[in-house]
Design a protein around this ligand. Structure first.
Ligand code: IMP
Length: 434
């Protein structure tokens, strides 16, 4: 009985939503462990397309229980809107979802604080999703945040809320920001939303551990990607949570001893949204071709994604900090018809080869990618569901990625549909999925 973590091996948007949706049928529970509605998981089921920001995509499988863990930050309005969208599509959300009473709550003033810090002239903007994610985590770590359990408890909520509201009003005043937040109105609307959420809030750490003890299988779903992790990403151009595998434990209350495998998701190339270093970025027509063919525009903000070539040193690093057992390579079909495919196989800084990911941005910015080129495949791979039927050049490309990253590629995705996926026979991934 394997409990697995599935998470992004790059800068997010690797296609985790589709993979988690597909794998969910092998699990009883799917748990999200960090981030908030900054994530955007697009799942295509037949002619229906779902963009899920907070709720794990496992919810699209009837009977699968989904958990939003304590490591997630929740905007109640975004949550209720997403629940409503799913209810309208006929999904039994209320029968499937469980929300941690320890998860922190996002308020409108968190967005205001984010605007202040992103807009400061003396600071390089991170290019955030403007959802108030960072400031909510700041309050969590600053030990003044408001958790779901507090929101549901009228005896403590008012006091905590007034303190936090005043704290933000002081910030607004200090920065000369017009404070048009209606603190009273917001308080009342949150109390009303709390009542709609109350029935699905519980101690999800207990629920998950009890489920595991009863022999149920849990899939842990990471949001964003390892290179956006607060500790291991390209700091400060990161999100504010622990997207790497360790976050699955701290963000759910399930101990590491109960996790049996870790699967990394990577595109067959690489993208990033927002600012920050990106060694293998392609600014030319080939990068643009990938953007158009891969429809690389943000599912939350609509921003065009920055595109580039598969970065093997980056993947070796994310494999190290996560301990990947196997890799899922998505969007292979986007490279169909590219005559020659580049792979960054090494980094050079100041003329010297580097074998690790530098911790400082100043060095990251100086990286010269060393490329090797592989022949592309002229024929389409879309819809291919058997590994053997892939063009030889595509198989060689996958083998090259395995060699350069040191990780097995256990699954390849050849289109957005559930059916357009190949799990390789005999792979470690196949065994872990059971
Ligand atoms: P924040 O998470 O809104 O604070 O944004 C911090 C950085 O993470 C920005 O560069 C965002 O573009 C990036 N980011 C946040 N969520 C996602 C995601 O789901 N996919 C890709 N990038 C993301």
């Amino acid at each position: 009985m394997s409990n697995l973590i599935v998470l992004g091996a790059q800068w997010g948007d690797e296609g985790k939503g589709k993979i988690v949706d597909l794998f969910s049928e092998n699990f009883d529970v799917v748990a999200r462990y960090q981030g908030g509605h900054n994530a955007g998981h697009t799942v295509q089921v037949g002619d229906k397309k779902f963009v899920l920001k907070l709720i794990p995509s496992g919810v699209l499988h009837p009977g699968v229980q989904v958990v939003i863990g304590n490591g997630v930050v929740i905007d109640p309005l975004a949550l209720l809107e997403e629940m409503e969208m799913l209810e309208k599509a006929g999904v039994d959300v209320r029968g499937q979802i469980h929300i941690s009473n320890r998860a922190h709550v996002i308020f409108p003033f968190h967005r205001m604080v984010e605007k202040v810090s992103e807009g400061r002239e003396d600071r390089t903007a991170i290019g955030t999703t403007s959802r108030g994610i960072g400031p909510c985590y700041e309050d969590k770590i600053g030990r003044r945040g408001i958790r779901m359990a507090d929101l549901l408890n009228p005896a403590v909520f008012d006091k905590l809320y007034d303190f936090l509201g005043e704290d933000k009003a002081t910030t607004a005043k200090a920065f000369g920001i017009a404070n048009d937040l209606k603190i009273e109105e917001i308080r009342e609307s949150y109390k009303q939303m709390a009542e709609r959420i109350r029935p699905v809030v519980c101690d999800t750490a207990k629920l998950l551990n009890d489920s595991i003890a009863a022999g149920k299988r849990v899939l842990f779903e990471g949001a964003q990607g390892t290179m956006l992790d607060i500790d291991f990403g390209t700091y400060p151009f990161v999100t504010s949570s622990s997207a790497a595998a360790g976050g699955a434990c701290t963000g759910t209350g399930v101990p590491p001893t109960k996790i049996d495998g870790i699967l990394g998701v990577s595109k067959a190339y690489i993208t990033r949204v927002g600012a920050g270093p990106f060694p293998s970025e392609d600014f030319g027509p080939e990068g643009e071709r990938i953007r158009q063919a891969g429809r690389e525009f943000g599912s939350v903000t609509g921003r065009p994604r920055r595109c580039g070539w598969f970065d093997a040193p980056l993947l070796r690093y994310t494999a190290m900090v996560n301990g990947f057992d196997s890799l899922i390579v998505t969007k292979l079909d986007v490279l169909d018809g590219v005559p020659s495919i580049k792979v960054c196989t090494a980094y050079k800084v100041n003329g010297e080869l580097m074998d690790t990911m530098p911790p400082e941005n100043a060095l990251m910015e100086k990286i010269e990618p060393v490329y090797e080129e592989l022949p592309g495949w002229p024929q389409p791979t879309v819809n291919i569901t058997s590994y053997d039927e892939l063009p030889q050049q595509a198989k060689d490309y996958i083998a090259f990625l395995e060699e350069k990253t040191g990780v097995e590629v256990g699954c390849v995705s050849t289109g957005p549909e559930r059916t357009q996926t190949i799990v390789r026979a005999g792979s470690k991934m196949e065994k872990l999925l059971g």
